[in-house]
Design a protein around this ligand. Structure first.
Ligand SMILES: Nc1ncnc2c1ncn2[C@@H]1O[C@H](COP(=O)(O)OP(=O)(O)OP(=O)(O)O)[C@@H](O)[C@H]1O
Length: 985
């Protein structure tokens, strides 16, 4: 075929992205085409050139190389070249030879592609339509962002994540007790914000020791790829990027607090980068006092002033005192939290509110209960609800609903519940028992000497403090530290671990397979000081031949991760891991059930942090707490204070820091004096009991009630389950994998293996060519049980990539098929047109929850009759036969003009559907945002925790959404040309 002449315009069938090509030269065998836009030249064999001649028809708008546009009326040919005739923008007649067409004209839209004879496979078209359908469904699903993460569906976590992630620029303190899943909550919030487009960039600041754990959790549980930034990585990036800012090197940046807080120049870079969300873990370390704030607090304060959304995480919010806790609340909302005294006053009022909530159950029978509710409500609506509740005539259903609404209103309107979420084990339930085992050991003479002298000689303590350089009461509680510090004493010549009976006690236990022994079990040992941990590990090696990795704050990240991994390995792992106090904070060791507290920490929150390493979600056994104590020693007295004063070993209670603030100093002075200690323990116990009662009545109770609302949590879980069990998902995945060239093999028991096939399209996540692929399942329980199995969901990166490529690209936007049906004569044309809604809006509006791209299908026959409702997409598909591309092109050429007509007519048919779609979206949006706005406004009148900015933002969001929805247009997304053939038989 020698249809080619220089100057003609063609496009490549296989590489339409090359743009409009021009024939440079041709002979009988080959043709060379220049694609100017992409600066590519290609030479083809003329007989098999995968090229299509570009020819426009009446009604098409074309652009000239020098920018002007014309509408084509007709065309003629001169010396093999087409000359278009028509009118320009001013309605003046004009002509344009094809040689002068703009190179930049694109031919990827369905209309251009189909009219130029470019067709994709029928199954691609099929997949495209189904993708649009599922995309629309899942984008507005209430569980979007929560179904993908590989987590157990735990109510309090999902409630918090949903409540927080639906807010505009959320700023909250996630303060669940240790190990209840704050990292998971933060991950869920982040995941939803990313998937909904409400956030694009996040900065995550965590203690050095937790960077790797976060990295792994975000990747393994949330499939989020995070850039871990440290000094060497930043310098390397700077070198690579020239003047660039390393904080701009990824969408999600994870960095160590220790590094950033100590580095003002890096902080300036972090500030200069634009983030939508800041997450700060272990936020109790952000210390603040009226006199001065620490570098961490200052750094976060300046970042938080700039970044809209902020999540602070801490299990022990009051560890550094109430003032410091208040200062962290101020980071979240400086306007609301500016007066500590006022804040304290408000807190006192919470007991009344909690009592009123409890009284809701008995309002109908008791005037007293009714009075308790009346004291705290002051609005018309709540009074009306109370009247229903108190009315004996009201039906049970009516009363239940009134009770639930009143409860919600009370919770919403009072307390810090909107900015702080705190769940406790007590409230969540289902956590393992904790068992305490103490072993009393004789004091070695080297320790006893010093303690005896201290008991005899009051002035010796000062001397000892000077001599050792240790603090009070460390010098008393940590005798090995004291021993090490007195190194010049000739009696202290040996290493401390040679003389310390706790070491031999531990060694004996490790090999003991009796009831009290640890043989065959993992043991986590925590000691206060790094030096103690190091010495102990050495002792275990030298004296017992145990390899015990050490985990402390001065190790590099890599060393720490290595140590944790060596311990975690179930088969070949070490039996013991020795940790220092802060080295282990936040880490996950729930696979182990024995914790040895080699000594005691000074602060109750530190004690809780220690136990929290094991007592975490996923712990399947009772937790065994082992404490070796020296008879008559300060350490043993401290232990008594914890145990008898506040039951610190049985369960977390959250009042430890208040007790420490009150008794910490006097306790330090009583560590050598049993009588004084008895008094302190008595006083501590009394305050503990009072605080527990207060907690149960007041602030904490309110916080707990607020931190999870079970009915809402249940609804979210149901929504996630609905997506988990979606039967359309496996069907869709099979089709998509087939088309993208991924081989899938059923492994039985709900598992399958996905592997790149020989023809796989490039760039699919987890499926690099030449590699093994991965094992997957649709079942959450299987994916949770096995780290090597991924859960396939609509949110899995592979699904999102495949769907995204289809929705955002042109794949499958044209097709041609033959239809053989007894009722339809052959040789006729039909067009199946898919239109799609478009309404450009900024990502942060998250428009898709109300109006995701929505497909409108129109099926027309040659005469223009609309058959859409008569023949369904699936029904039609069953009767279609495919044809090869060359024949398809010829068929299109033959029906060119009629097809053009049907395309135009289809547009007006689809337009008729648009108002209904727009109206439904507008109604959904008004219902939801209107409801939220009304709730927030009512709330703002009672609860100052509602920020004005939040109210304004929500109102502005509603207006912007309304405008965007109104501006929705339909565009042709895909076309299938159907030619009828006489049915056989
Ligand atoms: N929904 C869940 N599904 C599966 N595992 C979970 C879930 N929630 C928490 N976990 C696991 O429980 C452990 C504790 O969770 P996480 O680290 O988020 O707790 P935390 O509250 O941040 O703890 P800490 O106070 O020590 O920092 C982790 O190993 C986490 O992977």
């Amino acid at each position: 075929m020698s249809d080619f002449s220089p100057g003609q315009r063609w496009i490549s069938d296989g590489e339409a992205e090359l743009g409009l090509g021009t024939v440079l030269n041709c002979d009988a065998r080959s043709v060379t085409i220049l694609f100017s836009e992409s600066q590519e030249t290609r030479t083809y064999n003329t007989r098999q050139a995968p090229l299509t001649r570009v020819a426009f028809g009446a009604g098409d708008r074309i652009t000239a190389a020098d920018g002007w546009q014309m509408t084509v009326d007709a065309s003629r040919e001169r010396q093999g070249l087409i000359i278009y005739q028509g009118t320009d923008a001013n309605g003046e007649p004009c002509e344009l030879p094809e040689t002068k067409l703009a190179d930049a004209m694109r031919f990827d839209q369905a209309r251009d592609r189909v009219l130029t004879g470019q067709v994709d496979r029928n199954d691609w078209f099929d997949l495209r339509f189904r993708t649009l359908h599922h995309y629309q469904r899942t984008e507005k699903h209430p569980a979007l962002g929560f179904a993908g993460p590989r987590i157990d569906l735990i109510p309090h976590q999902l409630y918090i994540a949903d409540e927080v992630a639906r807010r505009h620029a959320p700023r909250v303190l996630l303060a669940d007790e240790v190990g209840l899943g704050k990292t998971i909550e933060a991950g869920l919030i982040l995941h939803r914000l990313l998937l909904t487009g409400r956030a694009e960039r996040a900065l995550i600041l965590v203690p050095d020791s937790l960077t790797h754990q976060w990295l792994v959790e975000l990747l393994r549980r949330f499939a989020l790829d995070v850039t871990l930034l440290d000094e060497s990585q930043s310098s390397a990036l700077e070198e690579g990027m020239g003047e660039g800012n390393p904080f701009d090197s990824g969408q999600l940046i994870l960095a160590s607090q220790d590094w950033l807080f100590a580095n003002p120049a890096r902080q300036r870079q972090a500030l200069a980068a634009r983030f939508d969300l800041l997450i700060v873990d272990e936020a109790h370390h952000l210390d603040w006092s009226e006199e001065a704030s620490g570098p961490g607090y200052q750094c976060v304060e300046s970042l938080a002033a700039d970044i809209d959304a902020l999540l602070l995480l801490t299990a022990t919010p009051e560890q550094m005192g109430v003032a410091s806790h208040f200062a962290r609340l101020r980071l979240l909302d400086p306007e609301r939290y500016h007066d500590l005294e006022r804040f304290r006053e408000e807190e006192r009022h919470y007991a009344e509110v909690a009592a009123a909530i409890d009284a809701l159950d008995s309002v109908a029978e008791s005037d007293d209960a009714k009075a308790r509710v009346e004291v705290v409500i002051d609005d018309h609506e709540s009074r009306a609800l109370l009247a229903v509740l108190a009315n004996p005539e009201a039906g049970a259903e009516q009363q239940d609903s009134a009770r639930a609404r009143l409860r919600e209103a009370l919770l919403d309107r009072h307390g810090t519940g909107r900015v702080m979420f705190r769940n406790s084990r007590r409230h969540v339930g289902g956590f393992p028992e904790r068992r305490l085992h103490t072993a009393t050991l004789a004091l070695p003479s080297a320790y006893r000497r010093v303690l005896r002298r201290l008991a005899r000689d009051e002035d010796y303590l000062d001397e000892l403090l000077i001599e050792t350089g240790l603090d009070h009461p460390d010098v008393l509680i940590y005798p090995d530290a004291m021993y090490r510090a007195l190194e010049s004493d000739p009696l202290n010549a040996e290493d401390w671990w040679h003389i310390d009976p706790r070491v031999s006690w531990l060694l004996e236990r490790l090999s003991d397979d009796g009831e009290d022994g640890f043989a065959g079990e993992k043991v986590l040992v925590i000691a206060h000081h790094r030096e103690t941990a190091e010495g102990l590990a050495e002792a275990l090696r030298v004296l017992g031949g145990y390899h015990a990795p050490v985990f402390h704050e001065d190790l590099s990240l890599l060393e720490r991760d290595r140590a944790a991994a060596a311990f975690a390995d179930e088969e070949d792992g070490c039996q013991v891991l020795v940790c220092s106090e802060i080295g282990s904070e936040g880490r996950n060791f729930q696979f182990c059930r024995h914790l040895v507290m080699f000594d005691m920490p000074q602060h109750p929150d530190q004690l809780e942090q220690r136990i929290g390493r094991l007592d975490r979600i996923g712990q399947r056994h009772a937790i065994e707490l082992h404490v070796p104590l020296f008879e008559d020693s300060p350490g043993a007295r401290l232990m008594r204070w914890y145990d008898e004063g506040m039951d610190a070993f049985s369960a977390p209670h959250g009042v430890g820091s208040e007790l420490f603030e009150t008794f910490g100093d006097t306790l330090a002075d009583a560590l050598l004096d049993d009588e004084a200690l008895d008094d302190i323990i008595g006083d501590t116990r009394a305050m503990f009991t009072a605080k527990l009662a207060e907690r149960d009545a007041g602030r904490n109770r309110l916080l707990e009630l607020n931190a999870c609302r079970p009915e809402r949590a249940e609804r979210i879980i149901e929504a996630v389950r609905e997506l988990d069990d979606d039967r359309a998902l496996p069907r869709y995945v099979d089709r998509a994998l087939d088309i993208f060239g991924v081989d899938s093999k059923d492994l039985g028991s709900g598992l399958m293996h996905l592997k790149p096939g020989p023809q796989m399209l490039d760039g699919l996540p987890g499926l690099a060519k030449g590699e093994d692929g991965f094992t997957a399942t649709y079942r959450r329980d299987l994916a949770l049980a096995r780290d090597d199995v991924q859960q396939l969901s609509w949110e899995h990166p592979l699904l999102r990539e495949m769907m995204g490529r289809i929705v955002d690209g042109t794949m499958g936007n044209t097709a041609l098929a033959l239809l053989g049906h007894a009722a339809i004569p052959g040789g006729r044309l039909m067009a199946e047109l898919v239109f799609r809604t478009h309404c450009p809006a900024p990502g942060h509006l998250h428009l898709n929850r109300f109006l995701p791209p929505t497909a409108v299908r129109v099926l027309l026959d040659e005469s223009g009759a609309n058959l859409t409702d008569k023949i369904s997409f699936t029904g039609l598909g069953k009767n279609l036969q495919k044809v090869n591309k060359a024949l398809a092109r010829d068929l299109i050429k033959n029906h060119h003009d009629k097809l053009r007509g049907l395309l135009t007519q289809g547009e007006s048919e689809a337009e008729r559907e648009l108002p209904t779609i727009v109206e439904a979206a507008e109604t959904r949006m008004r219902e939801q945002l209107g409801g939220e706005l009304a709730r927030l406004r009512a709330l703002a009148e009672h609860n100052p925790a509602v920020r004005d900015a939040e109210l304004d933002a929500l109102a502005a969001e509603r207006a912007a959404l309304s405008e965007a929805i109104e501006a929705t247009r339909l565009r042709l997304d895909a076309v299938r040309v159907i030619i009828t053939v006489d049915a056989e038989g």
